[in-house]
Design a protein. Structure first.
Length: 329
């Protein structure tokens, strides 16, 4: 979808709130709550729903506006309809787990399990599926009997495009074996898709490497590959004696740009956790891009640069593909 900026005017947001609640209520009374979840998990119906509510029919903003309108419109009707909308865009997405725990305590379902499902869904589409789209919206719709649907969206600023990911708990047997109901977006470029059923061997290999080699040996092997690979292929950069900033000509983050000690820290955190399977590995703090971004920001604020080089003098991290397969979108 085209990535559009701007803000929905207040009059339109109010209209979408009222109309979205009325349509949802009609569907629930006529077909049941499960049917509403199925329709929200259908990208074609979701897009049509947003257009009927009054939003621009082909804009990326339709996802944000629909989730926001449903959250405002259905929250007052939660006790009557038994449907609850959590999350949203930006900071609201990070509040989803706590919202689910509160709903679970209120209606008598396992909110902690729902919170973990929310985190895992977000981790799959940000770390296991690496397609160039960064997640910025996470909407979690749950019913009083614990069934749920997730609609989340990522953006690619360079292409000015957005991609939407749809999940449904009904029929879901695994979070990493073809778990999506649909991914809305045009196939483009080469991606890493560890949530594909055929990537089971790669997922297991990563767990085996972590448990058998450990963080120390993996880091040493990676450093050796860098020394004998990319560093030999590129001409050396003359560095002055005084601190000097020289940026490479390439835009993408290469393996030679990775800080080995940070890679070791992430591997050590994963090894200490002792993940029992690949979803458990994804839930390890430090796995994924967001944790690295926070670390980079912390370093930029608090590092003095007097006793050691500030960490922002090199790229924060990239995913190291050891035994992983490539898949095209």
């Amino acid at each position: 979808m085209p990535l559009h900026g701007g803000q929905v005017p207040r009059w339109l947001a109010d209209r979408m709130t009222r109309l979205g609640a009325v349509i949802s209520e009609a569907i629930i009374h006529s077909y049941g709550r499960d049917e509403l979840l199925r329709r929200l998990a259908n990208p074609f119906w979701f897009q049509s729903f947003g257009a009927v509510m009054g939003m621009d029919w082909h804009s990326s903003g339709i996802t944000t506006s629909v989730i926001g309108a449903l959250k405002r419109g259905l929250t007052p009707l939660g006790k009557e309809l038994g449907v609850h909308v959590c999350g949203g865009r930006g900071k609201h997405s990070r509040q989803t787990p706590q919202e689910l725990v509160c709903i679970g305590d209120r209606v008598g379902i396992d909110g902690t399990a729902l919170a973990q499902a929310s985190r895992l869904v977000a981790k799959v589409d940000s770390a296991a599926v690496q397609d160039g789209f960064d997640l910025y919206l996470h909407g979690f719709i749950v019913t009083d009997d614990g069934k749920w649907a997730v609609v989340q969206q990522g953006m690619n600023g360079g292409r000015k495009q957005a991609r939407r990911y749809h999940w449904l708990s009904e029929g879901l047997t695994s979070f990493v074996d073809d778990p999506h109901v649909a991914i809305e977006g045009r196939g483009q470029g080469e991606i890493i898709n560890l949530a594909d059923r055929s990537a089971e061997g790669s997922r297991q290999a990563q767990l085996d490497l972590l448990s058998t080699l450990g963080p120390d040996k993996i880091t040493r092997e990676f450093s050796a590959l860098v020394r004998h690979g990319e560093e030999d292929a590129r001409p050396p950069i003359a560095q002055p004696l005084l601190p000097h900033l020289i940026m490479p000509s390439h835009h993408e983050v290469r393996s030679s740009d990775v800080i080995a000690r940070r890679l070791h820290g992430n591997l050590a955190a994963a090894a200490d956790r002792g993940p029992k399977d690949f979803p458990d590995l994804l839930l390890t703090p430090g796995v994924g891009a967001r944790r690295q971004a926070r670390r980079l920001a912390w370093s930029a604020v608090y590092s003095t640069g007097r006793t050691r080089q500030p960490s922002f003098q090199a790229s924060p991290s990239v995913s190291i593909r050891i035994g992983q397969r490539h898949f095209r979108s």
